[in-house]
Design a protein around this ligand. Sequence first.
Ligand code: GLA
Length: 379
Amino acid sequence: MVRAPGRLELLGNHTDYNEGLVMALAVDKDVFLAGAPRHDPQVEVISTAFPGAVRFALDGIAKDASAPWADYVKGVLLELQRRGVPLRGFNVAIHSTIPLGAGLSSSAALLVSTALLARKLSPYSLAPDGAGTPLPPFGNGELPALGTAEKLALAKLCQAAENRFVGVNCGLLDPLSSLFGRADHVILIDCRDLTVAHTPLHPDLAAVVCHSGVRHALVGGEYNDRRRSCEAAARALGVPSLRHVSLDGLAAGRAKLSAHEYECALHVVGENDRVTRGAARLRAGEFEAFGQLLYQSHESSRLNFRNSCPALDVLVELAKGQPGCLGARLTGGGFGGATLNLVRREAVGAFREAVEAAYEQRTGQRLESWVCRAVDGAA
Ligand code: GLA
């Protein structure tokens, strides 16, 4: 059995594929895989979330439009094969406690857990450049613990699986968060230097998720469009990525960009700035000021990046009026999904009750909310 947690993006929206900065938590919602080897080179996958079994041969991995959920498993196995890892057949059962389509990255948790399960059944190691080497079988089934460099290589493998096989051009935030989570800590990721650091999440602060019930689907569409616009903006500004642009630099180069490119770039460059300031605020215990940055992030999503939606805007607006709420914003890709609310712990019960009631009254929809704990990464 292996487990990989979902993640909550605390601050730093759509910065990861722009070589930017992001803060996240690995949370106490997981994908669990139970696997066992087979005697033939086949893989059979079942899930508690979808009916039927998906069966395929390891030498003929291909998409199957009737079971797109299995693409995450297939994509990882293909990437392992590409890296020279010989795989044996296996059966695997999937169970997830991460709500689908909420923006908590059930997809990355499935990718990461698949890579870890494959490592147990067909032991391998990954070099920093991604090259895979089979490891000799271990007598007691225990594998060497994953070091930082190998976790990074695994995260890149998962990203490649999602980019190349699933078809979403996502960045490294989700697999990195799932792998580098630390209990009661915020993960600070620099996607240019590929470094990960941790800072404590003060016990007085609670991360409350409010799920709008509007499902987001990142496959294709808007997400890839935003990424293209960010990359076009960087090209027009003559830099390798938006990480190389300051707010002043962006203002100076505005004439070189289309209105949409400018707004996308403004969001990303602004988010990098907010993450830098936010990390300092968190460390200094200035939680009110930190929360303001979350509200600003949401405003920028709404107005500049346009990856919010009416349900998410209502949720942020309702949260803002609650005592003990320090900040709120959409979390993850956007276009639906959930908001993240930073709430003083003693106010959590009243906050959830009030927002749930007000949301239902406003929209006629039931709101699901829950408190997330920051947990250790995948194992
Ligand atoms: C999704 C993607 C991530 C990241 C976020 C937005 O979760 O999978 O790579 O881009 O959106 O920050």
